[in-house]
Each structure stands twice: as C-alpha cells, then as structure tokens.
Design a protein around this ligand. Structure first.
Ligand code: SF4
Length: 329
C-alpha cells in the first residue's frame, strides 16, 4: 500500500475544506474504499475520514412530505426505519439484498452510490487493459469474459455495469441526491448521478472534487413497490440483473402510473420509460403487461456474452411489477 496522509474532520465545513484537493479520497463506512486502496484502484495523497462529522447520520421527515436520509446513515439503519418500511419498501428490499448483515452495518447509503463496477478486469490485481483503470489502455472485457456486462448505454471503450442495489430502488423512487460544496451545493436526480461511458470514463459520477453527498431525499410514498434481484447464490452475491418497480393503482386496480429501474445492465440504473408509458391503464395481470415490458427491451443492445441477461431482466421486471401490485406472479 502506498502511504497517504489522513485527516478526520469534526465538522462538515472542515470536511468540505479538506476534500477540495483532487488527490483526496473520502472515507465513510470504509467497505469500498479499503478495497480500492488494497487493489490500487485508488491511490490518494490524502484520505479524509468523514465518519465523525455530525448531522449526516439522521433520517428526518421533510416538511412537505417525503424523507431525508443523511449520507452517513448505515444501510441497515435505513432498512430498519419505520417510515422506509411502510412507505418505501422497495428501498428496504434492495438494502436487504445488497450485502451481508455485517457489511450493511458498516456501509453508508451515500457511499453506496459511489461503488465502482465489479468488472473482474477493473478489479484485477494484475496489470490488465482497462480504460477505467488506465485511460487508453483498452478494454479486456471486449475480448474476454463479458457475461456480467451491459445491455444498455455502453460503448466500445467500456461495457461495465454499476453494481449498487439501493441505487436501483432510488432510481425507481425518483430520489434526489443533495450535495454540498464549500460554496453551495446542488440537487441531482439519482437517475442523472452516475455517468455512462459516453459521458465520461475517468469518473463514475457527476460529483466534482470537493463536493460531498449530504443526503438523499425521497419524495411521495411508494407503498406499492418491490425489488427483485437475480444472482447466482441467494446468500450473498452481486446481481446478474435486478429490477425495482413502483406502481400507483386506481380504485379499480388498474395501473395509474409505474416507474421501473433495472440494475446491473448499465453504468447507472436504467429506467424503462417505454414500458412505464405503456403500462398506464392496464390491470397488472393483463397479458398486455408482458407486451409492454417486452417492447421496452427492444432497445436492449447486449454485448455478446450478456445476451442471456435480457430474458432474465424481462422476467425480473415482470415479477417485481406483480409483487408491487400485490398480484401473484
Ligand atoms: Fe475496464 Fe470497463 Fe473494460 Fe471492464 S468493461 S475492462 S471496467 S473498460
């Protein structure tokens, strides 16, 4: 491991000041950053440990409705919150499937959105062509193992996917990332927070140096919501694909509105806008629901080894929709 300086600010202002240097890595729960340091994915001059910064570890109702979740709230504390369990169950489900209980006790909701891809070439401890690790070096996955890679939004430079489970649920909830800088801050829709390879390959999110996630805000409750994760083993594994769905139902049980986000199919959660439009007015068990979902996948463009994921993603989407609507799949 390469030596680095270490700072542990005790206020948000101190943390923002300390994080301004581009050579800085921010430490929260540590479950991701320590892996990056070990493998060499991150080689910071300085690590700024924000885990003691007060005020970022609270969950609070918003005055006009909704919920504000501080960036440093541990995943298991988010899942255990009674408001989340009642009004946003899709987030609770996604968190429960995101990692082992031990990891969920340490990992924070803010840093979870900053996870890097699980592409094996990117995580390799041996020198391997990878445009994300070393821009311009190539993409080993294009000629190698590409069975966990993208269905949407990839380029020849990178075909990787983003692995966060909570991010998928937050995308289906139209959640907002609230950031702070030394001079202000901004509100970023979760669906715009992560960057596709066509937008940038040397960074994963729109965060600028010195910009920290302060909170994540949920809007209107989504009690009819569900998360389905398909993985090789049920106990602990990253997703092959996942689907988060929220639905609003009319009095007669038809779908008044739906939001669908897929995980592990692109470098950010992928909304199925076409299916969302087609589902309005249908009963959840109408055969046209299957057609609406299939039509959305007409835009899928899988890399060769990941073509099998399309059928799995279709099935996960349908199962999540049925579960959210309270219909037996
Ligand atoms: Fe690197 Fe992306 Fe290629 Fe994986 S898919 S080797 S992360 S460039």
């Amino acid at each position: 491991m390469i030596p680095f300086a270490y700072a542990r600010p005790t206020t948000l202002d101190e943390a923002l000041d300390a994080a301004r240097d581009p050579g800085t890595a921010v430490l929260a729960g540590g479950t991701e950053l320590l892996n990056w340091l070990r493998i060499g994915i991150a080689v910071p001059d300085r690590v700024v440990d924000i885990s003691r910064v007060p005020g970022l570890d609270r969950i609070e109702p918003l005055p006009g409705g909704g919920l504000r979740i501080g960036a440093l709230v541990r995943l298991n504390d988010v899942a255990a919150d009674p408001n989340v369990a009642r009004d946003w169950p899709v987030l609770r489900m996604a968190i429960h499937k995101s990692a082992s209980a031990q990891l969920r006790n340490l990992a924070t909701i803010g840093a979870n959105l900053l996870q890097k891809t699980r592409c094996a070439y990117f995580r390799s401890e041996e020198p391997t062509p990878c445009n994300r690790r070393l821009p311009g070096s190539g993409c080993a996955a294009r000629e190698g193992h590409d069975d966990r890679h993208a269905l949407f939004g990839w380029t020849d430079d990178c075909i990787a996917t983003q692995p966060s489970d909570p991010a998928v649920a937050l995308a289906a909830l139209d959640a907002v990332v609230v950031t702070r800088t030394a001079t202000g801050g901004r509100r970023i829709p979760v669906t715009d927070f992560q960057l596709l390879p066509s937008e940038a390959i040397d960074r994963d999110t729109v965060l600028e140096p010195g910009e920290l996630i302060e909170a994540i805000e949920l809007g209107e409750p989504a009690p009819h919501s569900a998360y389905v994760k398909v993985r090789e083993r049920e106990s602990y594994e990253y997703a092959i694909v996942s689907a988060a769905v929220t639905v609003r139902l009319c009095d007669d049980g038809r779908i008044a509105g739906a939001r669908i986000a897929l995980g592990s199919v692109a470098m950010r959660p992928w909304r199925l806008a076409e299916a969302e439009r087609r589902l309005v007015g249908l009963a959840p068990d109408d055969p046209a629901v299957t057609s609406a979902i299939e039509a959305a996948f007409a835009q899928a463009h899988p890399v060769p080894g990941s073509a099998y994921k399309v059928a799995i993603a279709r099935g996960a989407t349908r199962r999540a929709l049925m579960t959210a609507a309270g219909v037996r799949p």
